[in-house]
Write a protein that binds this ligand. Structure first.
Ligand code: NAD
Length: 339
C-alpha cells in the first residue's frame, strides 16, 4: 500500500511538496492544510487537493466560497506521515498534535534543530534518518551548502575548513511586504551567520564559518564559497566530482551565456519547468578555482524548490520505503531533475 502523506501549510514549500507527492509511485496525498482562505487555498481546491482547515477558521473559508474537506485533525488522523511546511516556528507548535495521533512528521529548516531527531540532507545523511519519527529538512541555503560540501568531501578529498558567504534573496516572488529594494544589508549584522551552525547539525564537527547579506532580488540565493582542503586540490577533479553528482548541475557561462541568476531562471522558464523551479544546485563552472589546498566556487540556490526532493526522500527514509540511492533515483526521475 502506498504511504499516506499530508501536507500541513500550503505555501511556497508546501504546494511544491504536495505536487511532488502526487508524482510518487509509493505515496498518496491525503490533502493539504491552510489557515487563511487566500488564493493558495483556492488553487489547491482547483487542483483537486482536499483542503483541511482549523475548526475556528472554517466559517471564513465557507464565506470565501472555498470548499473544505475537514479539519486539520482529520487530515492528521488519516495520514501515516505529515510534511509540516507551516511558517517558521509554527511547525514546533504542531508537534504535540502529531504526537497525540502517533504520526511521524517532516519539519522544515525554519524550525529549530531540536524539533526533530535528525536534521536531514539526502546526499549527506539519508541513512541516519531511516525509521526516524521526526526529521527536519534543513533550510534552502543549508541544503545548497551541504550538497556541495558532502560531494567534495566524499568524492574529491577531505575538507579542512569552509568559509562561505551567503547572498540571500530578499523575498520570494510572491511576497509583497519584504525588502530591501535598494540596498545590500548584512543579515545578520554579526558574523557568523546561522548557516554555519545549521550545516553542523548534519556535518558534525566540520570547521565552518558563514556570513550573510540580503540582496534586492527574488529569484535565487548565491553562495561564494572558499574551502581549504587537507591536501592540494585540482580544479578538474572538483568539476568532475560535481558533474558526477545528482542534484548538482554546472553551467559554463562563457559557452552558454548564462552568467547570472536571472538567466538561470530564464532558461527554466524557456524549457517549461513547472513554476520555473530549479531543485538542483547550479554551480558556475568558471568560478571553480583551485590554489594549492584552497578551492573557490560560486553557485545559485533556487530557494523555493531546492528542498522539495529532500522532503520526498525524508518521507521515504522515515517510512523505510527505500535505501538512499533508490529513493534519490525515484525522486529525481519523477520530479524530472536533470540528474
Ligand atoms: P509560506 O508562508 O509560503 O507558507 C506557509 C503556509 O502555512 C501558508 O499557506 C499559511 O497559510 C500556512 N499556515 C500558516 N499558519 C498555519 C497554521 N497554524 N497551520 C497550518 N497552516 C498554516 O512559508 P514557506 O516559505 O513555504 O516556509 C515554510 C517553511 O519552509 C519554513 O520553515 C521555512 O523556513 C522553510 N523554507 C522556506 C523556503 C523559502 O525560500 N520560502 C526555503 C526552504 C525552507
Amino acid at each position: 500500500a502506498r504511504v499516506k502523506v499530508a501536507v500541513n501549510g500550503y505555501g511556497t514549500i508546501g504546494k511544491r511538496v504536495a505536487d511532488a507527492i502526487k508524482l510518487q509511485p509509493d505515496m498518496e496525498l491525503v490533502g493539504v492544510a491552510k489557515t487563511s482562505p487566500n488564493y493558495e487555498a483556492f488553487t489547491a481546491v482547483k487542483k483537486g487537493y482536499k483542503l483541511y482547515v482549523p475548526k475556528e477558521n472554517a466559517a471564513k473559508f465557507e464565506k470565501a466560497g472555498i470548499q473544505v474537506s475537514g479539519y486539520i485533525e482529520d487530515m492528521i488522523n488519516e495520514a501515516d506521515i505529515i510534511v509540516d511546511t507551516t511558517p517558521n516556528g509554527i511547525g514546533a507548535s504542531y508537534k504535540p498534535l502529531y504526537q497525540k495521533f502517533g504520526k511521524k512528521a517532516i519539519f522544515q529548516g525554519g524550525e529549530k534543530a531540536d524539533v526533530a531527531e535528525v536534521s536531514f540532507s539526502a546526499l549527506c545523511n539519508y541513512n541516519e534518518a531511516i525509521n526516524k519519527n521526526y526529521i527536519r529538512v534543513v533550510s534552502c541555503n543549508t541544503t545548497g551548502i551541504l550538497r556541495t560540501l558532502c560531494t567534495i568531501n566524499s568524492k574529491v578529498s577531505k575538507i579542512e575548513k569552509v568559509r562561505v558567504t551567503v547572498v540571500r534573496r530578499a523575498s520570494d516572488p510572491k511576497e509583497v511586504k519584504k525588502g530591501p529594494i535598494n540596498s545590500i544589508v548584512p543579515d545578520p549584522a554579526s558574523v557568523p551567520s546561522h548557516h554555519a551552525k545549521d550545516v553542523l547539525t548534519v556535518m558534525k564537527g566540520i570547521d565552518i564559518i558563514s556570513m550573510a547579506v540580503v540582496a534586492p532580488t527574488t529569484l535565487m540565493h548565491m553562495h561564494l564559497m572558499n574551502i581549504t582542503m587537507k591536501e592540494p586540490v585540482r580544479r578538474e577533479d572538483v568539476i568532475n566530482a560535481l558533474k558526477d553528482t545528482e542534484r548538482i548541475v554546472l553551467i559554463n557561462s562563457s559557452r552558454t551565456g548564462i552568467g547570472s541568476t536571472a538567466e538561470i531562471i530564464e532558461v527554466s522558464r524557456d524549457i517549461g519547468r513547472y513554476r520555473n523551479d530549479i531543485p538542483e544546485v547550479v554551480v558556475f563552472e568558471d568560478s571553480v578555482y583551485s590554489h594549492n589546498n584552497e578551492l573557490f566556487l560560486m553557485y545559485g540556490v533556487h530557494q523555493e524548490s531546492i528542498v522539495v526532493p529532500e522532503n520526498i526522500d525524508a518521507i521515504r527514509a522515515a517510512m523505510n520505503l527505500a535505501d538512499k540511492n533508490e529513493s534519490i533515483k525515484i525522486t529525481n526521475d519523477t520530479l524530472g531533475l536533470m540528474k
